[in-house]
Design a protein around this ligand. Sequence first.
Ligand code: TYC
Length: 104
Amino acid sequence: MSAEFADPEVIEKSRTDEQTDEPPLYKVLLLNDDYTTMDFVVEVLRHVFNKPTAEATRIMFNVHRQGVGVCGTYPREVAETKVNTVHTLAREHGFPLRCTMEKD
Ligand code: TYC
C-alpha cells in the first residue's frame, strides 16, 4: 500500500518501533564442572553478577544440579566482558569454571 493511502496509525507505529528499538540482549550462562568449589562460584556470582548472597547460592546450586544456569541478561558487550572476567578469575584461581553467552 502506498504511503498516501496507508492508515496513519500504522505509519506512526512503525516509526515509533524504530525509535524505541532496544539493543539485543544476551543471557550469560554458567556451566557446572567437578572441580570448581561452590564457594568460588558463589563469590563470582556476588562480585561479577552483583547477586546478593542468597540468590548467588541458589543459582550456584541450580547450576550444580542442572548443569547450566543463567547468571543474568545484558547487552552484548557487557555480557562478553562478564564472560571474560569469569574466565580470567577462574584461571587465576586454578579452576576450570566455564561461562558462555547466548542471544536471549
Ligand atoms: N559442581 C561443583 C562442586 O561440586 C560446584 C559448581 C557449581 C561448579 C556451579 C561450577 O558453575 C558451577 N564443587
